[in-house]
Design a protein around this ligand. Sequence first.
Ligand code: C5P
Length: 301
Amino acid sequence: MLVVCAPAKINLSLEVLGRRGDGYHELSSLMQSLTLHDHVLLRPWPRLRVTCSDPGLQGSENLVWKALELARLRCGIDIGCWAHVEKRIPVSAGLGGGSSDAAAALVGVARLWSHSFSCADLFDMASTLGSDVPYFLYGGACRVGGRGEQVVPEQSKPGIWYLLANPGVSVSTTRVFASLQAMDWSDGSATTRMIAQRRNGLLTPGPNSLRNTCFRLCPEAEACFNVLQAIAPNRTFLSGSGPTSAAMFASRAEAENAQFRVAGSVAWTCVAASNDYRAWRNPCANVYLAQRLSRSWVPCS
Ligand code: C5P
């Protein structure tokens, strides 16, 4: 059996540049993976089977199933796999859990079936599965453009801690994007500026074009954001399409102290650090994928 780590992500900035002809939106975002993660366990099996610690996410509706099915098609062999997903990342929360599980399943099953996909194949399968999935083939800090398929790694900034909080309700990403208004669009310059500042050691969250729409559709998300904002002004931001908000801290102790203060006011909290599987040295996806494969795999039995 093999175990793959599937990290959560936050959007340190998320600008929507406009609506595309294919119905998707053009994005400019800085994404960062976290130490909060799911586990995807894979073992050989005569057919495809997907189970999950969350009984609502079993079987063919899980994006992991679609990832395995797609990988099997591309391999062109009649082969099976049993994937079990241990969830710790809240579902439909703006933290990318389902997309991360799918990316983990893709890279994992290639190892299980001793099949080496080219990077182009992996990226193609990932973007077929969902807009956030290509990012999770990298992890760490990445600038993400297009509808999510343009992924450019950024240098990691270790030692940043986040308090995540959400109101315990889920928000549909499709609904948030569909309700977005043109006045929420921007030109991507805030993300460019933020990335330049970050390279110079200044880390403050950028804007999120989905925030107003998320708050309009989900007042609980706004209430949760306000709880964090009250104790971490200028360091609190909404992740993705919500409803999870995050506040940035320089140490674990500060983040845990804040967690203690908000407990009771929000439904779910978690303290997590920015994480990078790789010591990113080489701007070459092949090298990184190889690193990720060897580092994230733990043989269990
Ligand atoms: O690609 P994925 O299936 O994860 O996207 C979920 C929904 O979010 C899409 O159906 C689309 O409505 C919206 N979306 C978008 N533009 C993006 C990413 C997602 O409009 N760049």
